[in-house]
Design a protein around this ligand. Structure first.
Ligand code: ATP
Ligand code: MG
Length: 185
């Protein structure tokens, strides 16, 4: 119904679906959590998703809920803590993760590919940015990619469509409080 005196909403041309590169970065909490929200949302739309978790020691507890035939989850942390790990093992785990990531980024069947903590892998120099930028540019045009982690490289930010920086205001760790199930993991 058109209300007299009120302007009709302007129609926006929709050129068809276009895949976005989404980055969650910054020192604040919520980067991975928000990206998992995107995965849940895409699954709810009937989409097919892939997650490659770099760095993580173990699978996120969310995998127990997000167990879904249209979601393929890869965890290549290697079962060690990032800080304590042998750099050779880390490099190997990162290379394994990147191989999986390139498989996903070249598969037009995936509507959303989440590369969790890829930013810190790049910032730490365990992978080169050039092949990442090339794979993003060459991926299927309707495929969305979400990349998380602190210290996003400027060249990745430049290549992205949607970049959000989480900013810490307060964190319970500052008061020495331990990680809480359901909040931290
Ligand atoms: P989450 O996985 O909870 O969404 P994140 O992906 O934004 O967090 P990461 O950089 O991956 O954060 O760090 C993972 C862990 O570090 C989480 O347990 C998180 O609570 C914690 N963390 C994140 N930001 C801070 C902060 N500003 N101070 C202390 N701990 C933090
Ligand atoms: Mg994270």
């Amino acid at each position: 119904m058109v209300v007299p005196g009120r302007r009709r909403p302007r129609r926006v041309a929709v050129p068809g679906r276009l895949g976005l590169v989404v980055i969650h970065t910054g020192d604040g909490k919520g980067k991975t959590t928000a990206a998992l929200g995107l995965v849940a949302r895409m699954l709810a739309h009937g989409g097919r998703c892939a997650v490659v978790q770099f760095v993580k020691e173990r699978r996120d507890a969310a995998t127990r809920l997000l167990r879904h035939p249209r979601l393929h989850w890869h965890c290549v942390g290697g079962g060690f803590t990032w800080e304590a790990a042998d750099p050779t093992h880390l490099r190997l785990a990162c290379e394994t993760g990147w191989q999986l990531a390139t498989d996903c980024l070249s598969d037009p069947g995936y509507d959303l590919v989440l590369l969790d903590e890829l930013n810190i892998v790049l910032a730490a120099g365990y992978l080169d940015p050039e092949p990442v930028l090339a794979a993003l540019a060459a991926r299927p045009r309707t495929q969305h990619v979400a990349i998380t982690g602190r210290h996003a490289l400027p060249e990745l930010v430049a290549a992205a469509d949607l970049v959000t920086e989480m900013r810490p205001v307060k964190h319970p760790f500052d008061r020495g409080l331990p990680a809480q199930a359901g909040i931290e993991f």
